[in-house]
Design a protein around this ligand. Sequence first.
Ligand code: IPM
Ligand code: MG
Length: 357
Amino acid sequence: MEFNIALLRGDGIGPEIVDSAVEVLKKTAEKFGHKFNFTPYLIGGAAIDETGVPLPQETIDGCLASDSVLLGSVGGPKWDSQPPANRPEKGLLGIRAALELFTNLRPAKLYPTLKDASPLRSDIAENGFDIMIVRELTGGIYFGERGRREGKYGEEAYDTECYSRMEIERIAKVAFETAMKRNKNIISIDKSNVLESSRLWREVVHEMAKDYPEVTLTDMLVDNAAMQLVKNPAQFDVVVTSNMFGDILSDEASQITGSIGMLPSASLGATTRGMYEPIHGSAPDIAGQNVANPIATILSASMMLKFSFNLTAEADAIDAAVDKFLEQGYRTADLVGSTGVKPLSTTEVTAKILELL
Ligand code: IPM
Ligand code: MG
C-alpha cells in the first residue's frame, strides 16, 4: 500500500528524532512491501524563523492533503520573547485545531525491562501498569475565551474552561470504544467538586456509560488521581479526561514509566488522518548532540501504522524491535540511571532498532 506522510520536524531535538523514526518507517515499508512518501513542512520556531509565523498555511494545507502527520516537537528559549499569539506552541495548538484532532491517546506502560528506571518504589513497580490516557485535545481551557481586563484589584487575566455536551460525548465515546478493546475499565477524571464544566463532564460520561454495560466506569477527582498514579498505577486501564488535566497527568504517567523519552501519542479526529508525536518536548538543552532518545517517536510512527493505516502486523514488528532493544540491555542517556550501562546515541539507537526489525 502507498501512504503520504507529512513530516513536521519542528524544533530542538525534533529533527533528530523524526529522522530516526523515518528510517524505521522506510525499513518497515521495505520489509512489508509498502511505499511511504514523506514531505516536510515547517512548524513552531523553525517556521517562525523562515516565515514569521508558527503555522504557515502551506503546512496546514500539506497536512490536510496527507494521509497522516508525524511531528517532532516545538518550542525553545529562542522564541520565548515572541508575542503569545505567535509562540511556537501556537503552531501545535493550531494544527491540532485545523485537523480537528479532538482525541489524544497517550499510552503509558511500564516495560518490565525498565522497572529499575522507574522512580516508583519497587513493590509498586513490581505490579506493572499499562494505562491508556484518552485526553480531550481541542477544547477546554486551551481554546476557551481568554484575555486581560481591569478587575477589582486592577489588571487581571483570565482563561476559560468550557466544554459542550457534544465535545464530551465524542471523547467519551472514544474512551468507551477503547476500553471495550482493553480491560473494560474507565476512570473518568474531573474536578466536579468545584467546576461546573466538570459536573457536565461527569453527567455526560455517565449517560454514555449506559450504552456500554460491560464497561466499569469510576469517577476520580483530579487531585486524587495525581496521588493514585504514584500510589497504585495498576488500578488504571483507560483514563478519560479534559485537555489540561490530560496534559498534566500524562506527564506524571510518563515519568513513572522511567522516562518521558519512551512515550508516544496519537492525535485523532473523525477521519483516519492522525498526527503522531512523542509526548516529550523539544529538549533544547540536548538538541543537536545526537543523544536524544528517539524511541517515543519511533513508537509514535508505529501508532500511525496501526491507527491510521490499519497496518497492525507492521506496527507490531516495530514494537517488538523496541522490546528486543530494551531486553538486550541497550539504553539511551535518559534511561541509564544508575545501571552504569554506556548509553547509545540517537543514530546508534536507530541503527540497532533497524537491525532488530
Ligand atoms: C503536550 C504539550 C503541549 C500541550 C504544549 C507544547 C502546547 O505540553 O503536547 O503535552 O500542552 O498540549
Ligand atoms: Mg504536555
